[in-house]
Design a protein around this ligand. Sequence first.
Ligand SMILES: [Zn+2]
Length: 254
Amino acid sequence: MSGEFSDALVLRAVDYRDADRIVTLLTESHGKVAVLARSARRSKKRFGGSLEPYALIEAEVRLGRGEVGSIAKARVKRSFPAILSDLTRMSVAAVALELVREALPERQPEPEVFALSMEFLAHLAEMTGPPGAQEQLLLAFEVRCLGLLGFAPNLDTCARCGRRAEDGQAALFDPAAGSVICRSCGGGPIKLSGETRRAMARAISPEWSVAGLQPLADANRGQLRRAISGLVEDTLGRPLRASGSLAQILEITG
Ligand SMILES: [Zn+2]
């Protein structure tokens, strides 16, 4: 029985038993799947270096009834050496892939998340500028990814009373409510400046593209970071592990 070929991003690969690996893939056609790569650590021929994170691969996968399918062979279609060779970029990519891995349901096609992830990796590999710019790309990716999965924050109206926050003005944001909360309703713990609020709204709008990313001042990026990590933590029920390492690296390099 032969499997089906699919483009996929390797989200994680862990060793299993003596010679196998279990690989979590974001496939274009089936969404997130876990597959067993039998003898992957012995047979270099079938898999080459294709089962490592941060690469687009073409994989022959079989999804049976069990939780874990299998992968018969794979080849790298596109790799991103500029990400693998740079600690900051790799840490930024690690946060993005962890979010995808944790937030996506199993075996549910998410072609838009797949396309966004590819666009994100390609842009991260090519972009120039300080580490802060890379972090900003990540923050936009995170909030957009949540939006595609149905967890977009509400930046326009108070979640309690429905009052409209004025366009372009600062607002108080509550990650637990996933919304801005007006002062009369008690406000939220994170103050978003008008500029930060606009940046967040742009990231979840249908017209967003990585090319249109506009740099934010450090203070605004800090607000965006707090709001989005709060939102991610509230959605997943825990913070992303990789974001802790990224924070340390940005402290040194940023
Ligand atoms: Zn209110």
